[in-house]
Design a protein around this ligand. Structure first.
Ligand code: FAD
Length: 465
């Protein structure tokens, strides 16, 4: 009998397996497709690998401005694709080896709960093995981490249309399209738009909302759009239908318009995987948004936890990691260990990032969110051009900035938001300020390395009176 059976080996599942393995627990990790899940195979890692090549291409073209001659700059999409696949394969192999090292057993196949754990009776999980046949296993605890898949809206003309792809399809296209239309101005849509426009495609993003990246600071979203010079944004527009690779939409004034392209990406969000793993047999409380969990990642059924995208709470790999750790702490307690009551899932300081030639990142509340909660804020911004590091490395002084907001009465930092180079790398510092409930005066005493773009956090904080 296993201490824990984990269904799904994405960031939520494999990290939980790793943490439990380190605690010498007997763990079975079931994965039907690929170790590393969406993130490592068709999400975070392949997109960033492609983006890295695109950035190198853009920087090589600009190199002359920095006194470096790179003649006849071009790219080879085939090699870019090969490198992307190699990176994912290397990472997958790394997870496989790590599981072996710590004694986690891996089953390749589809896991399905057939009976939940009850009091002293173990739970039962069936595995339909990819190699053929089935196996049944017992476990004292079960963690569900089945992730999410692209949500496909019923846009007329999108089904069985060879010109329409989702994010997974777009990652492995044979050639860079001359013209790409992206339906959806969320993180995934914007990242792909930036990627392909950097590689020379004519890109149009059609977004139904008034602005891209709905959770971004409303002053900063236009800065990010402004930095993506090769991309046309159609905001407040509703897609009506797709015919071939032509997207028909209605603008906010009610006008009918169309964009012709060679390929259409539908990137309107993701939906949790709620079927195929026995949610009903287990008696789990689920909604279309995900498996209901409390702040210890407990489901309504004792003995079953859920972590990651399947909970619908925060569809980010690092959220899945943290949820897994919180679940593991509680699982260990239930297995007779000493879990920590401080291990509760909190969502107030989850950083996010949009990767590209120009990056954006944020953590905590935006000014608009604070206002909607009736919180009076102190705020300040520091422009990217005030950072020597940024200016030295960029051929444009850019419209980017770092913005900090704090609660006017407690003077605690509530949010840090950035558009510009390295934003994704330094935003964790903002998470620390919020998690540790630091006040403006505390941050003023911190020393940041110079020259870095991160210093702009300090710069902004110092300009708050
Ligand atoms: C294009 C793209 C780019 C992204 N970029 C980023 C980024 O830069 N940063 C970031 O934080 N997030 C990013 N994400 C989101 C990130 O990939 C997810 O938040 C993360 O993968 C969620 O982890 P998870 O473990 O919950 O689920 P997943 O990674 O989806 O893993 C779930 C796994 O469960 C398996 N599974 C499902 N059902 C069963 C079953 N019954 N039996 C066995 N196995 C099963 C699936 O095959 C899958 O491997 C991106 C996503 C996409 C699509």
């Amino acid at each position: 009998m296993y201490d824990t059976i984990i269904i799904g080996a994405g960031p939520g599942g494999y990290l939980a397996a790793e943490r439990l393995g380190h605690e010498k627990k007997k763990v079975l990790l079931i994965e039907e497709q690929y170790l590393g899940g969406t993130c490592l195979n068709v999400g975070c890692i392949p997109t960033k690998t492609l983006l890295n090549s695109a950035k190198l291409y853009v920087h090589a073209k600009e190199a002359g401005k920095f006194g470096v001659n790179a003649k006849d700059v071009s790219f080879d999409w085939g090699i870019i694709q090969k490198w992307k696949d190699e990176v994912s394969a290397k990472m997958r192999e790394g997870i496989g080896k790590q599981m072996k090292r710590i004694g986690v057993e891996v089953a390749v196949g589809r896991g399905e709960i057939i009976a939940p754990p009850r009091n002293t009776t173990p739970g039962k999980v069936k595995v339909t093995l990819s190699a053929g046949g089935t196996a049944e296993h017992e476990a004292r605890t079960i963690l569900v981490s089945t992730g999410s898949v692209p949500a496909i809206p019923p846009i007329p003309g999108s089904k069985d249309n060879q010109h329409v792809v989702d994010s997974t399809g777009l990652l492995s296209i044979a050639a860079v399209p001359k013209r790409l239309t992206v339906i959806g101005g969320g993180v995934i849509g914007v990242e792909f738009a930036g990627l392909f426009s950097s590689l020379g495609a004519e890109v149009t993003v059609i977004e139904m909302m008034e602005e891209i990246i709905p959770f971004m600071d409303k002053d900063q979203a236009p800065l990010l759009r402004g930095a993506m010079k090769g991309v046309t944004f159609k905001l407040g527009c509703k897609v009506e239908k797709i015919d071939g690779a032509t997207v028909y939409f209605t603008t906010k004034t009610g006008a009918a318009e169309k964009v012709e392209a060679d390929l259409v990406l539908v990137a309107v969000g993701r939906r949790p995987v709620l079927t195929g793993w026995g949610a009903e047999a287990a008696g789990l409380d689920i909604t279309p948004k995900g498996v209901n969990v409390d702040d210890r990642m407990r489901t309504n059924m004792p003995g079953i936890w859920a972590a990651g995208d399947v909970t619908g709470k925060s569809l980010l790999a690092h959220s899945a990691y943290r949820m897994a750790e919180v679940a593991v702490a509680d699982i260990l307690t239930s297995l007779g260990g000493t879990g920590s009551i401080t291990n509760r899932m909190r969502y107030n300081a989850v950083p996010w990032a949009v990767y590209g030639v120009t990056e954006a990142a944020g953590v905590g509340m935006t000014e608009q969110e604070a206002a909607s909660k009736g919180i009076v804020v102190l705020k300040a911004s520091a422009p990217m051009w005030a950072s020597g590091r940024f200016v030295a490395e960029n051929t444009f002084t850019g419209p980017g900035e770092v913005k900090v907001i704090a609660d006017a009465s407690s003077r605690r930092i509530l949010g840090v938001h950035a558009v510009g180079a390295y934003a994704s790398e330094f935003i964790w510092g903002g998470a620390v300020l919020i998690e540790q409930e630091l006040r403006i005066e505390d941050v003023k005493q911190l020393i940041f390395p110079h020259p870095t773009v991160s210093e702009l956090i300090r710069e902004a904080v110092w300009s708050i009176k």
